[in-house]
Design a protein. Structure first.
Length: 458
């Protein structure tokens, strides 16, 4: 390989040292080629606790790349773009020699171990289902063309699994599990990703009725698959959606504790907990949700991951001081948060271009009328850009927005401080300027009024 460099990756020490291309004795070597001239780097990922972890990235030279690894942890690895949108799966162990070509429509194994040859057989079989299911952005793939592919594949699965008989028993068991997991993951992904049309219940193959089980994920091999974290979360969505469609009444969203009961393995439960907690925006919500299941976080990595999320929310704990923002109103007068102490403060972060924000306006006006004469101040904080300031002023006048209306000039300090990435966002502060909730219910929910009234009683 002309001008090709190998990346020597000492996994035990996580050191990465480039060496010149030459016959390599000892390390596990991956030699690869790409078709696409626009690809200038390739990343290698390993599987760790049910998700992919980056090992190293190398440059592509003359459409070629290579990795050399020492002290390989045996199992699935993934090769492809750093964004993880198009990855080739391989199975590596110490002293393996692998040659692979990355095409735009999948990977081609040129040479490799007996494990990789058997895995490649499966990749060719699952590819017609997996690619349209997972890479929906590459074409308008819909159920009416993919369901027949699924139904054609299913009868072949038993025969294929019987043929998995390499000398490596651990690999054999992992691949047998992977076959079932790949199909199930792709089948669910097909339902819950953007498509031009979606199937009715009567359109779905009978296979879909076999996915939900009383207790799921009891085989430890689930944690050896690089997409396990997403697979488990997708399964939870599938179970809830299935129940919702079968029920005459709208079911309530299950709690974190209720969801983990769906799984058999504690490792899967812990993985799901850690994958779920990032959605909580207040310390109180996080603590309440996790308390019944916190004991499932046992390893140092699991506990550290939870503590990191908890620390990020502690600054917003109920009773802590609110951020002292200061922005101009429609007349140019500066209004500071500290000026509002003595009243319960309801902050509405919004923008004139935000449809959901506008839908809350009638409810907000009604709430403001109900709170007239009480120690409550409503503050609208616009995150419109500077170029749209006059548009904001005109909108405030036209809609006769009450309360205090101030202009934050885009996603400025208040949004960064409270980690606001979507609007509308309503926040409530007590009379001392301390946090009640940085992600309160919206005016369209009666819970916001209840929250305000509870603070007024204090």
């Amino acid at each position: 390989m002309k001008k090709l460099r190998l990346m020597l990756v000492a996994l035990a020490a996580w050191g990465i040292v480039p060496v010149c291309a030459a016959p390599v004795v000892g390390p596990t070597v991956i030699q690869g080629q790409v078709d696409n001239e626009k690809i200038n780097s390739i990343t290698l990922f390993k599987t760790e606790d049910g998700h992919r972890v980056k090992v190293a990235t190398v440059n592509v030279e003359d459409k070629q790349f290579a990795f050399a690894l020492t002290k390989v942890t045996e199992g699935y690895y993934y090769i492809g773009d750093a964004g993880e949108k198009d990855l080739a799966r391989v199975y590596l162990k110490n002293n393996d020699q692998l040659s692979i070509v990355l095409h735009d429509d999948g990977a081609e194994l040129k040479a490799g171990s007996v494990e990789n040859k058997k895995l490649y057989e499966w990749e060719k079989a699952i590819n017609p289902l997996a690619r349209p299911a997972h890479q929906f952005w590459k074409g308008n793939y819909t159920y009416d063309e993919v369901f027949p592919v699924l139904e054609a594949l299913l009868p072949k699965v038993t025969t294929f699994k019987k043929g998995i008989n390499t000398p490596n028993k651990n690999f054999n068991e992992l691949l047998k599990y992977t076959v079932d997991a790949d199909i199930e993951y792709a089948a669910m992904h097909l339902l819950y990703t953007p498509r031009s049309k979606h199937p009715l219940e009567e359109d779905k193959p009978a296979y879909y009725k076999t996915i939900a089980q009383d207790v799921k994920f009891t085989n430890p091999n689930i944690m050896k698959i690089g997409y396990a974290k997403d697979y488990v979360s997708l399964y939870v969505m599938h179970v809830f959606t299935t129940k919702m469609k079968a029920s005459k009444e709208k079911p309530t969203m299950p709690t974190l504790a209720e969801n983990v009961k769906l799984f058999g393995l504690d490792d899967v439960k812990a993985m799901f907990i850690l994958n779920s907690i990032t959605r909580y925006k207040t310390y109180e919500e996080l603590a309440t949700a996790v308390e019944p299941v916190k004991g499932l976080l046992k390893t140092k990595n699991q506990i550290d991951a939870y503590n990191e999320v908890e620390r990020s929310l502690r600054s917003f704990k109920k009773g802590t001081a609110g951020y002292n923002f200061k922005y101009p109103d429609t007349n140019g007068k500066e209004v500071a948060f500290s000026d509002l102490k003595g009243k319960v403060v309801v902050v509405d972060v919004w923008a004139t271009w935000c449809g959901p924000c506008k839908k809350e306006i009638p409810f907000l006006k009604e709430l403001e009328k109900e709170m007239e004469g009480k120690d409550v101040t409503f503050v609208g904080v616009s995150v419109d850009e500077a170029k749209d300031k006059q548009k904001w002023i005109d909108f405030v006048k036209k809609e006769e927005l009450a309360g205090i209306q101030i202009f934050a000039t885009g996603w400025s300090e208040i949004t960064k401080f409270y980690n606001i990435t979507g609007i509308p966002r309503f926040m409530v502060f007590d009379k001392k300027g301390n946090v009640v909730s940085i992600d309160s219910p919206r005016p369209s929910s009666p819970d916001l009024k209840k929250m305000i009234e509870e603070e007024l009683k204090k």
